[in-house]
Structure formats: structure tokens, C-alpha cells
Design a protein around this ligand. Structure first.
Ligand code: HEC
Ligand code: HEC
Ligand code: HEC
Ligand code: HEC
Ligand code: HEC
Ligand code: HEC
Ligand code: HEC
Length: 307
């Protein structure tokens, strides 16, 4: 049959092509991240293995930066810590030899957020992939120490000595960093386990970790008459970044913008529905974000609030 003939011939050509490519090896190979990776933090590692004989320059383009790496003078494995933005990020990686493009690959990475409505539901193609399992760590263990070197509750005098620091240094770079994270006691929340997906999963929901240390808050809040729904569901990380943020108390946005993300109708100035409130007031002047014995989580009793 004619079709069979074409298929056989096409197969032969492909087979020869792949054997040749395989014999020569690849120009470059991306060790991490995986394609269509989904995450919640704004930093990412890119690690490539490059054939030095056939590539002299690597150019990485991300939505936020252009990086150029000169291969000649360096080792074969290239490691880079990059910054991302919320939503879709296309990371475009090109290999050149004497200014001629010899290979190109892309990695699409989505940074989601439970708080920002527009970034809450990533397109279907993305899924959360995990790195700290046997398959992932094996790629780096030749050169990096993949073990935990923390002493429980003892802050590092020199944080660069933490085994986690080199690969995750940007996680605490924001102005306000949370004590256990700032001290690189990462495993106080990411307890090491034998879980196949990742050995550093956190407890679900987040407050199970939080309340291990914030016991006083747990007691006050659990005995309060009214509890705010996101808190009651254990999602402290909706409003707080457990690592660091640009805002005090490591909240993910300015106070009012956090509240208005879920309570759109409460806009200060126009159409502001709370009694006694003026433009420029902080929501937290009157409400606590967590729990209270007053209705509407008011800090003080209000005349208008129902009893
Ligand atoms: C062949 C050895 C080698 C392998 C394999 C290797 N690395 Fe590296 N990596 C290094 C060296 C050496 C440095 C420090 C010098 C430098 O910054 O280039 C480094 C630095 C880094 C950095 C910091 C880069 C920066 O921008 O400051 C990250 C992140 C990193 N490695 C991640 C990884 C990950 C993840 C893997 C496995 C997927 C890996 N590396 C595999 C040798 C290696
Ligand atoms: C050789 C580099 C390297 C070292 C060392 C390293 N990590 Fe990672 N880690 C990664 C990479 C790569 C990812 C995938 C996400 C990314 O690129 O940032 C990751 C992801 C994670 C995650 C998300 C869950 C997962 O498994 O993907 C956690 C939590 C984490 N690391 C914690 C730690 C802690 C705690 C330490 C120190 C004990 C540590 N890491 C040391 C490279 C490293
Ligand atoms: C107070 C608890 C806490 C501490 C301390 C902590 N983390 Fe996390 N971390 C979390 C929680 C909770 C999540 C998952 C929820 C989220 O992303 O909002 C997380 C997520 C992560 C992720 C994955 C985010 C993603 O994009 O999917 C990485 C990587 C990570 N942590 C690394 C670290 C490193 C490195 C340290 C030490 C410097 C550290 N964490 C310290 C609680 C903590
Ligand atoms: C390993 C212990 C530990 C864990 C687990 C922990 N924290 Fe903390 N947290 C601290 C310490 C220590 C401080 C600084 C001292 C203080 O102000 O209470 C702190 C401070 C804070 C503050 C700022 C308080 C202030 O008045 O400045 C917030 C907000 C916070 N943590 C939220 C969280 C959230 C949310 C979680 C869970 C994701 C969490 N913490 C888990 C130890 C912990
Ligand atoms: C709805 C958003 C939101 C949620 C959910 C939330 N917080 Fe907060 N949290 C805030 C804001 C906003 C502040 C700053 C309060 C202020 O400025 O008065 C804060 C302050 C704090 C503080 C320091 C001051 C205080 O009131 O004690 C701690 C500790 C804290 N949060 C822990 C947690 C823990 C633990 C959880 C989960 C059980 C949690 N938060 C859930 C928004 C939230
Ligand atoms: C992640 C979403 C989310 C965030 C962020 C959030 N809330 Fe809420 N809040 C809710 C939900 C859900 C309810 C319960 C349903 C309802 O009554 O609207 C609620 C209820 C309330 C109520 C009681 C409403 C009633 O009728 O009893 C008040 C008051 C309130 N929130 C204030 C705040 C303030 C102040 C902030 C900022 C510190 C905030 N919320 C941030 C989701 C959120
Ligand atoms: C000056 C004090 C004050 C400030 C500031 C304030 N509120 Fe209120 N809020 C109240 C009082 C009092 C109530 C009880 C109902 C009433 O009297 O309007 C209330 C009720 C609410 C309710 C529940 C009732 C309803 O109408 O749905 C929500 C949600 C709420 N506030 C959110 C917010 C948000 C978000 C902010 C910041 C943008 C804010 N409040 C700022 C005093 C205040």
C-alpha cells in the first residue's frame, strides 16, 4: 500500500535523524523547571546542562529580565535564580554558537495566588510539579548538599550557611520577613518527610503549622464568638506570605487592598457602607482580620451593630 510505503520511508528518515542527534548529544538540556509548572512564589531556579563544544552563549528571556551567559569560561551546568510575576511567565531559552541560534526551548510557568482573584484559577495546562523527591534531587546532588543542616529553634548566625540558602535566597528578600523564615529555619514548617511528591510539604491547611508557634492566638481566636471565614478555614496564607513581603506582618498587599479583594462593595470614599468610616481609614482601625467577640469582627462595640 502506498501509505504504508510513505510511513515506512518517513520512519526511516526520522530514525536516522534521531540516531544522529542522539549520538552527538543535545546542545542543551533543561534540568529544571518542568514545562507548565505551577507555583505560588515569585522566584524560580533554571538549571541547564550545556554542551560546551557546540554552544558558547545562552540567552534567557523572561517577562522581567534578559540574561546572557557566556559558556566558554564556565562549568557545564548553569544555575540561575530568576524572578517571576503573577500569572503566566514564558521563559525562553536559546543556545548560540558564534552568534548562530542552534537550539531553543521554552518553559511556561504560572504563579497563582489565592488572594488575587485574577490569578486564582490558572489555565488548565498548568499543574503543580514538585522538585524535592528522588528524581529531582538526584539532578543536583553531585554538586549541591541536598540535606537539612538546621538545628531546631536555633537561628543561623550566618544564614548563607543554610543548605537551603543558595537555591532559595530570594524567598526572604522582601522588607518584612517572618522570623522562622528569616532565620532559615525552613523545616519548622516544611518538616522533612518520606512523602513521594516532595519531602518538604507543609501541613494542610496552613494554620496547622502556624498554631504550632502562635499558640496564644490560637487560644484567643478559637474561643472568640465570631471568626472570619478565611481564618476559620485555616487559610492564614491567603493574607500572609509565610516567608516575606513588602508589607508589615508579611501580608500580601496593603491592609485595605487585602480586605477589598474579597469585599469589593466596601470601597472607602465612594459607596462606603461602614458607619463612622472616612476616606483613608484603615479597615483594621475598626475590624480585626481574625476573630472577635463583637459582631462584624469589630474591635469595639458599635452602637449600630446588632447584639
Ligand atoms: C556540575 C555541578 C552542579 C550541578 C549538577 C548543579 N549545580 Fe547549581 N551550582 C553549582 C555551583 C558551582 C554553583 C555556585 C557558583 C555559581 O553561582 O555559578 C551553583 C549555584 C546554584 C544556584 C545559585 C545561582 C544564583 O543565581 O545565585 C542555584 C539556584 C542552583 N545552583 C541550583 C541548582 C539546581 C536546582 C540543580 C539541580 C537541578 C543544580 N544547581 C545542579 C554547581 C552545580
Ligand atoms: C540545589 C538546589 C536546591 C537546594 C539545595 C534546595 N532546594 Fe528547594 N527547590 C529547588 C528547586 C529547583 C525547586 C523547584 C521550585 C524552584 O525552582 O524554585 C525547589 C522547591 C522547593 C519547595 C517546594 C516543594 C517542592 O518539592 O517542589 C520547598 C518547600 C523547598 N524547595 C524547600 C527547600 C528546603 C527546606 C531546602 C533546604 C533544606 C531546600 N529547598 C534546598 C532547589 C533546591
Ligand atoms: C511559617 C511557616 C513556613 C516557613 C518557616 C517556611 N515556609 Fe515555605 N511555605 C510555607 C507554606 C504554608 C507554603 C505553601 C503555601 C503558599 O505557598 O502560600 C510554603 C511554600 C514554599 C515554597 C513553594 C512555593 C510554591 O511556589 O509552590 C517554597 C519553595 C518554600 N516554601 C521554601 C521555603 C524556604 C526555603 C524556607 C526557609 C527559608 C521556608 N519555605 C520557610 C510555610 C513556611
Ligand atoms: C517556628 C515557629 C513559627 C511558626 C511555625 C509560625 N510563626 Fe509566625 N512568628 C514566629 C516568631 C518567632 C515571630 C516573631 C515574634 C512575634 O512577634 O511573635 C512570628 C511573627 C509572626 C507575625 C508578626 C507578628 C507581629 O506582631 O509582628 C505574623 C503575622 C505571623 N508570625 C504569622 C504566621 C503565620 C501566618 C504562620 C503560618 C503560616 C506562622 N506565623 C507560623 C514564629 C512562628
Ligand atoms: C483576611 C486576612 C487574614 C487572614 C486570613 C489571617 N490574617 Fe493575620 N493579619 C492580617 C492583617 C491585615 C494583619 C495586620 C493587623 C493590623 O494591622 O492590625 C494580621 C496580623 C497578624 C498577626 C499579628 C498581630 C495580631 O493580630 O496578633 C498575627 C500573629 C497573625 N496575623 C497571624 C495569623 C494566623 C496564624 C492566621 C491563620 C490562623 C492569620 N493571621 C490569618 C490578615 C489576615
Ligand atoms: C480571602 C477573602 C477574604 C479576605 C481577604 C477578607 N475577607 Fe472578610 N470575609 C470573607 C468571607 C468569605 C466572609 C463571610 C461571608 C460574608 O459574610 O461575606 C467574610 C466576612 C467578613 C465580615 C463579616 C460580614 C458579616 O456580614 O458578618 C467582616 C466585617 C469582614 N469580613 C471584614 C474583613 C476585613 C476588615 C478584611 C481585611 C482585613 C477582610 N474581611 C478580608 C472573605 C474575606
Ligand atoms: C470607623 C470604623 C470602620 C472602618 C474604618 C471600617 N469599618 Fe467595616 N464596619 C464598621 C461597623 C461599625 C460595621 C457594622 C455595620 C455598620 O454599622 O455598618 C461594619 C461592617 C462591615 C462589614 C459587614 C457588614 C456589611 O455591610 O456587609 C464588612 C464586610 C466590613 N465592615 C468591611 C470593611 C472593610 C473592607 C473596611 C475597609 C475598607 C472597613 N469595613 C472599614 C466599622 C468600620
Amino acid at each position: 500500500m502506498r501509505f504504508d510505503y510513505i510511513f515506512a520511508k518517513a520512519f526511516l528518515v526520522l530514525a536516522i535523524f534521531f540516531t544522529a542527534a542522539f549520538a552527538e548529544g543535545k546542545f542543551m538540556q533543561i534540568l529544571t523547571p518542568k514545562q507548565n509548572h505551577l507555583q505560588t512564589e515569585l522566584t524560580l531556579n533554571i538549571v541547564l546542562e550545556v554542551d560546551k563544544k557546540r554552544v558558547d552563549t545562552i540567552k534567557i528571556r523572561t517577562p522581567l529580565e534578559d540574561i546572557s551567559i557566556d559558556i566558554k569560561s564556565k562549568k557545564k551546568t548553569e544555575c540561575k535564580n530568576i524572578e517571576l510575576r503573577f500569572g503566566e511567565n514564558r521563559v525562553d531559552i536559546r543556545a548560540y554558537k558564534e552568534s548562530v541560534l542552534v537550539a531553543q526551548e521554552v518553559r511556561d510557568v504560572y504563579v497563582s495566588s489565592e488572594l488575587y482573584h485574577q490569578f486564582r484559577y490558572p489555565p488548565k495546562k498548568y499543574s503543580h510539579t514538585y522538585f524535592h523527591n528522588q528524581e529531582g534531587e538526584k539532578l543536583c546532588a553531585k554538586c549541591h548538599d541536598m540535606s537539612v543542616n538546621e538545628v531546631e529553634n536555633v537561628a543561623f548566625k550566618d544564614i548563607t550557611k543554610s543548605n537551603c540558602y543558595g537555591c532559595h535566597k530570594s524567598i526572604n528578600k522582601e522588607k518584612y520577613a517572618h522570623a522562622p523564615s528569616a532565620n532559615w529555619l525552613c523545616t519548622s514548617c516544611h518538616k522533612e518527610s518520606k512523602e513521594n511528591l516532595s519531602k518538604y510539604l507543609t501541613k494542610e491547611p496552613a494554620y496547622a503549622s502556624c498554631f504550632e508557634c502562635h499558640e496564644e492566638s490560637k487560644e484567643t481566636w478559637s474561643s472568640a464568638k465570631y471568626r472570619h471565614e478565611p481564618l476559620d478555614y485555616g487559610r492564614c496564607d491567603k493574607c500572609h506570605n509565610p516567608h516575606s513581603s513588602a508589607y508589615p506582618m508579611f501580608i500580601r498587599k496593603e491592609v485595605n487592598l487585602i480586605c477589598l479583594e474579597c469585599h469589593k462593595d466596601k470601597h472607602i470614599g465612594q459607596n462606603f457602607a461602614c458607619s463612622g468610616a472616612n476616606e483613608g481609614d484603615l479597615c483594621t482601625e475598626c475590624h480585626t482580620p481574625h476573630a472577635s467577640n463583637q459582631p462584624f469582627f469589630l474591635k469595639k462595640r458599635s452602637k449600630r451593630a446588632p447584639r
